[in-house]
Design a protein around this ligand. Structure first.
Ligand code: CLR
Length: 427
C-alpha cells in the first residue's frame, strides 16, 4: 500500500515484484504420467502458479459490478436481462490469457472483499477439500442485490490440454424487484500444455433464467474452431415467457457485447452470406499450421448498424504480461489495505505466507511455506478424524437454492460482525 502525496490512500497499480519466469520448466515431464487423471491429485511445480488463491480468482467475477447496479435501475425486464447477460459474460473476461494456476485454498480458508466505492462486499470460503468447492456471497451495501454461488472446478487432463468445468450455479437477486437470475459458467480449456504457448478458451452454452418473469437468455460461447475464426465469440438471444425472440446478443468475452433486434440481425446475416459467396474466401489461406498452435489475432467484432453496446472490457494495465496477465482489478485483490490486518479473519488468504512470498518474488520461501501449510492441513485432518469430529464450515451451509431447487452452498450470515471465534488456525 502506497500512501499518496496528498495523504489519500490509493489501491496499488502494480504487483510488488515482477513475475517469475517459467521458461526453464517442462510441464510435460510432470504431466505425461497423469493423462486422464483428476488434476487435483497432481502436484504441480509452484512456478506454474500465480500469487492468488482460487478464492481470489473467483472474486474476479465482481470486476464489472457496475452492470448489476445498472440492471437495478432498468424498468423493462428484457432490458434488465440483457445487462445481466453482459454481466455474466464480463464476469469471465478476466480469464483471458490467464494461464497461471491459483493456489488451492485450504479447507476453511476465507477471502473477503469490501468495495465501498463499488457499493458491495463479498465473503468466500473453501467449504470442501475433496472435491474442492469454493462458495461466495456478495451483497450490495444498499440492499439492492445479492450475488452468490459456488464453484467446483472439475478438471480433466487431456494430454495436450486441461479442461475445467466450473460446476455450480450463479444466482443474482435484484432485491427491490424480488427477481432472481441463475446460470452456470462456461467451460474453460488451457491449450498447449505439452509445448508451445499456453492459451485459454471458454466455450459452451450458458443459459440465464429470470425465475420471476420466465425470460431466458441463451448464450453460446463458441469454441475456437479450425481456422480460429470463432475465437472468443459469444452469440445468443433473449426470449420471453411466450418463447418470442426479443433480442440477439453478440460480441466477444474478451472485448465487448452488443444487443440488436432479431429482425435486423437476420437481415444483416443474409446480406453477409450473399457477400461471402461472391468473395473467394481469402480468410482460408491463413493456413492450419498457425491456428493449431495459437490462433492469430482476430479482427474485432463487426458491429451491426442499430446495435446497442452493453459492455466493453477495461483494457489491461501496462506491463500486465509481467504480472501474470492480471487485470487492474486483479492486481488489487491480494493487497493488505491500511488498517485491514486488525479486521481480517485469521483465515483470510491475504495472510497466507506462501502466496505472499510468491507475490514478493521469493519462490523458494513460497514453496517451503506451501508444503508446510499442506502438511499442517493433513495433520489437522488426522487429529479431527481421531476425535471423530466432523469438519464444519463456518460461514456457509449446504442447503437448497430456492430458485432452482438444487443443492447449493448458502451464506449463513454474520461474517461482517467480525466474531472470529471457532475459526481454524490454518497458517
Ligand atoms: C475459469 C472461470 C470459471 C471458473 C474457473 C474454474 C477453474 C479454473 C478456471 C476458472 C481458470 C483456469 C484454471 C482453472 C483451474 C486450473 C486452470 C485456473 C477460474 C489453470 C490455468 C491450469 C494450469 C495448468 C498448468 C499445467 C499450466 O468460471
Amino acid at each position: 500500500s502506497t500512501p499518496q502525496a496528498n495523504g489519500v490512500w490509493e489501491r496499488r497499480k502494480t504487483l510488488p515484484a515482477p513475475m517469475i519466469s517459467r521458461c526453464d520448466y517442462s510441464v510435460w515431464g510432470i504431466l505425461k504420467k497423469c493423462i486422464g487423471m483428476e488434476l487435483s491429485k497432481i502436484t504441480m511445480p509452484i512456478v506454474l502458479n500465480e500469487p492468488l488463491s482460487f478464492l481470489q480468482r473467483m472474486s474476479e467475477y465482481m470486476e464489472h459490478t457496475h452492470l448489476i447496479h445498472k440492471a437495478c435501475t432498468l424498468s423493462d425486464s428484457i432490458d434488465r436481462m440483457q445487462v445481466v447477460a453482459a454481466f455474466a459474460v464480463s464476469s469471465v473476461a478476466s480469464q483471458w490469457d490467464r494461464t497461471g494456476k491459483p493456489f488451492n485454498p485450504l479447507l476453511g480458508e476465507t477471502y473477503e472483499l469490501t468495495r465501498e466505492d463499488e457499493g458491495y462486499r463479498l465473503i468466500s470460503e473453501q467449504v470442501s477439500h475433496h472435491p474442492p468447492i469454493s462458495a461466495f456471497h456478495a451483497q450490495s451495501l444498499k440492499q439492492e442485490f445479492e450475488f452468490h454461488g459456488s464453484i467446483y472446478p472439475k478438471l480433466k487432463f487431456w494430454g495436450k490440454s486441461v479442461e475445467a468445468e466450473p460446476k455450480g450455479t450463479m444466482t443474482l437477486e435484484l432485491l427491490k424487484r424480488k427477481e432472481a437470475f441463475t446460470w452456470t459458467n462456461p467451460l474453460c480449456c488451457v491449450h498447449n500444455i505439452i509445448m508451445g504457448k499456453l492459451w485459454i478458451e471458454q466455450y459452451g452454452t450458458v443459459e440465464i433464467v429470470n425465475h420471476h418473469t420466465g425470460d431466458r437468455c441463451v448464450l453460446n460461447f463458441k469454441p475456437c474452431g479450425m481456422f480460429g475464426k470463432e475465437l472468443h465469440k459469444v452469440e445468443g438471444y433473449i426470449q420471453d415467457k411466450s418463447k418470442r425472440k426479443r433480442r440477439v446478443l453478440y460480441g466477444k468475452w474478451t472485448e465487448c457485447m452488443y444487443s440488436v433486434a432479431p429482425k435486423v440481425y437476420e437481415a444483416n446475416k443474409k446480406k453477409a452470406e450473399k457477400g461471402d459467396a461472391k468473395k473467394n474466401k481469402p480468410e482460408q489461406s491463413a493456413g492450419k499450421q498457425e491456428t493449431e498452435d495459437m490462433p492469430g489475432v482476430q479482427e474485432t467484432v463487426s458491429v451491426i448498424t442499430g446495435s446497442a453496446l452493453l459492455w466493453r472490457i477495461t483494457p489491461r494495465p501496462a506491463h500486465s504480461e509481467e504480472m501474470y496477465n492480471f487485470t487492474g482489478f486483479t492486481i488489487t485483490l491480494n493487497e493488505l489495505e491500511p488498517g485491514m490486518e486488525r479486521l481480517l479473519a485469521p483465515t483470510d488468504c491475504r495472510l497466507r505466507p506462501d502466496i505472499r512470498a510468491m507475490e514478493n518474488g521469493d519462490l523458494d520461501t513460497a514453496s517451503v511455506e506451501k508444503d508446510r501449510l499442506e502438511e499442517k492441513q493433513r495433520a489437522a485432518r488426522k487429529e479431527c478424524s481421531k476425535d471423530e469430529e466432523e469438519w464444519s464450515t463456518r460461514w456457509f451451509r449446504l442447503g437448497t437454492n430456492p430458485h432452482t431447487g438444487a443443492q447449493d452452498w448458502l451464506y449463513t450470515g454474520g461474517y461482517f460482525d467480525r466474531n472470529y471465534t471457532d475459526c481454524p488456525n490454518l497458517y
